[in-house]
Design a protein around this ligand. Sequence first.
Ligand SMILES: *Cc1c(COP(=O)(O)O)cnc(C)c1O
Length: 367
Amino acid sequence: MTTDFAVHPHPAPLSDAEREQILADPGFGDHFTDHMVSIDWTRDADGAGGAGGSWHEARIEPFGPIQMSPAAAVLHYAQEIFEGLKAYRHEDGSVWTFRPQANAARLNQSARRLALPELPEEMFLESLRLLVSTDQAWVPSGDGQALYLRPFMYASESFLGVRPSRQVAYKVIASPAGNYFGGELKPVSIWVSRDYARAGHGGTGAAKCGGNYAASLAPQLQAAAHGCDQVLFLDPTRDNAVEELGGMNVFFVFRDGRIVTPALTGTILEGVTRRSVIRLAQDRGLDVQERTITLDEWREGVASGEITEVFACGTAAVITPIGRLFDGEDVIESAGGSDVTLDIRRELLELQTGRGEDRHGWLYRLA
Ligand SMILES: *Cc1c(COP(=O)(O)O)cnc(C)c1O
């Protein structure tokens, strides 16, 4: 199945000189390409309670403000989900992304949780190909640079009652990105949130929805007030089991070759990077365990020297070593960024940028 996208080119795209200036130092999430993809969904007139409906008016159009009613449901009840992927320019000039089928599947998993319509995988993939081929010139080629792709879907119906929206919009925007935490790779410091949890049992923790991020901002402010870069969320109902950071999964490297990452209990977002790291670690013969790991085990493991490295991973920052952990009283100081972390990071980046062998067929050509 292919979708017919109407093409509405930008009447006045940025000049080459202006674009090159942005690409020289793109930062993260500050600048956007000339176009965006939009597809609308409307529920069938007779779809009383179901999700029967259709996607229509697929188009590529100038990046710009969205017209919507002040009563649009998303503004009131946060019926919104999103994805995040990166497009890398390879040495021969072609542009590739990484395991987008996994993002398509996760978008639909999030959609089911938020009572939004599913988007066929092929439409998702085509929306990425179309945007990236149209705005190809925006894909940077510098070291560590990529074009960050942000597909998202939201309730656009003008209606204040509480029920799933009968009108939904799907869009993709793109933003050139440098290194997420800027400059060199230095271990991030982590604030352990005791006042707030990221997700509750039966909640939306396994869905990639904007509401989870809204809830993470107050603890993020606490982290900053304590001089920490990121927040670690625990599950206080399970002996302070480690969950994840606000937008990254965590891994523990043990001296004896074990690698532990928290199991997916429904309150953790399953990262594509997490899944890939598990595979790459297994390929190296490491014993990867998905299980509960508590804050106490972290503290004791670091103290005894059994845990040698801790790192976080996600599309935006790839793999980032975790250095200091602070919970208001205790400090746990991990080695942060030694052999295994940096090695897996290098392998993953080489793969994504086309310098490594794609033995699992994870690369997908966009342009
Ligand atoms: C997106 C996200 C991640 C990382 O997922 P990737 O697919 O690896 O980018 C981890 N945790 C949360 C809460 C996220 O939203």
